[in-house]
Design a binder for this molecule. Sequence first.
Ligand code: OOB
Length: 546
Amino acid sequence: MPPSADDLASGFTPHRPELVARYRAAGLFDDRPLWSALADSARSRPEAPAVTDAATGDRLSYRELLAAADRRAAGFTEAGLRPGERVVVQIPNSVEFAVSFFGLLRAGLVPVLALPAHRIHEIAHLAGASGARGYLCGAAIGGSDCLGLATELQAAVPAVEHVFVDGDPGAFVRLPSRSGPWTPPAVDPDLPALFLVSGGTTGLPKLIARTHNDYRLNAARSAEIAGLTDADVYLAALPAAHNFPLCCPGLLGVVAVGGHTVFTQNPSPDAAFEVIENHGITVTALVPALAQLWCAATEWEPADLSSLRLLQVGGSKLAAADAAAIDAAMGPVVQQVFGMAEGLICYTRLDDPRESVHVSQGAPMSEFDEIRIVDPDGREVPAGDEGELLVRGPYTLRGYYRAPEHNARSFTADGFYASGDLVRLLPSGHLAVTGRIKDTIVRAGENVAADDVEEHLLAHPAIAHTAVVGLPDDALGESICAVVVPAREMPAPTLPQVREFLTARGLASFKLPDRVQTLDTLPLTSVGKVDKATLRDRLSRRASHR
Ligand code: OOB
């Protein structure tokens, strides 16, 4: 029996009825399908540009985007896919991403948004766990061939009967398009509209169901906080399948206000600066590593970036000094964003004092977000102290999809999601992210927070990037390894120099690195966060070969 729409609900955890009643009474949910934003803008601004591909120059107006999505929806349906069924999507940033994404939604199908960097291991897991019947891919994803991956996927997960390819499809078929009028099926707005994948750097990604109602709220409130209007031109430079460029406010927030989204697959400063200039980009979103690169590049890339009014930075911690440097180089443009695919999004606000924007990761976007900051026993810490962030709210998940074991660990009895992030509440009411609970090195019985040491290392003039990891050590349990990427044209500091520098800054002796490893670049995850799991793996392997 193929999976059906009923089967979509099984394994999905809704909020308790009394909470839903509270959210509804406040008017947070409008009970419309997620694709309504596109239909509305196609009606109010049919000829306005909706999406552009920076690489090819392909552009669709709102009228054209809706028509293309409907042709795709009709094509999916003709191929035999039915409302409620899941389809894994792995299409890089392009107009085709938008057409396929909205096409699936208009067909009542449920996209499972894989990232371009995912490979067979992750894709097979996402397809299996979601019960997917289809896989959409771009012939060249991240420089590698998706046709081979699709073949392996069908062998591993036979339920994936349909493979559609953007580009030369080989033995498969092209992304479909069938003309004629299209009427989208009715959907239950409280069921999943799409699945995001969790951003963890360990283990396989988990599925995060986002409902029509919660994701529409996410897009609308994010657009409001970013001050988006139909005059904004948004650059999708991070992979569009990620929550940040998709809906914070990203593509969906921009579509909701009738603005213009420009896609690029190349976020390097030389390429992106040209796109900003050519298209008059006003808003974009980056991870800190890229934002730093852009900031440095303003010194040598001649480009007019004056159209850019908002540079959102999030995904991992942006150091205060880096935030200030970006503001100094590019105008007061930084907005810090602390978010998660699981739900909660915090933003610094456009009218916050710049100092506050530099030192904090923002405040929750909805007044209905309930935050608790707790100690390891689950008790709330005194205001201002560090603790783990727990959250419950109208757009935060109540359970991972079909993952009861994870859910038993990740949620409190009253439905708060335990984020694993360590935060402090600042007097301004904003949060400062101080680390991850699991990112602790236990060296000779002492707990050392990696972030603490990293923050001090970044103050060293010869260090551009750093990651501190624990490595297995017979004598100490774990030893502390500081991986450093030297600043341009600077020699990397030696271990004694690093220890002396940190000691002078008042760091306790048990936190001092036992080893310094110099690298040209740090390994990054699919969206550009430092991939500590890979780093640890590489360094331990290197050590055991000695
Ligand atoms: C975003 O989402 P995910 O799901 O890829 O990763 C979430 C995790 C958070 O739990 C936190 O550990 C970290 O990424 N994180 C930050 C951060 N923003 C995210 N850590 C420190 N400072 C920040 N500003 O990464 C994401 C989703 C939507 C918008 C922005 C980021």
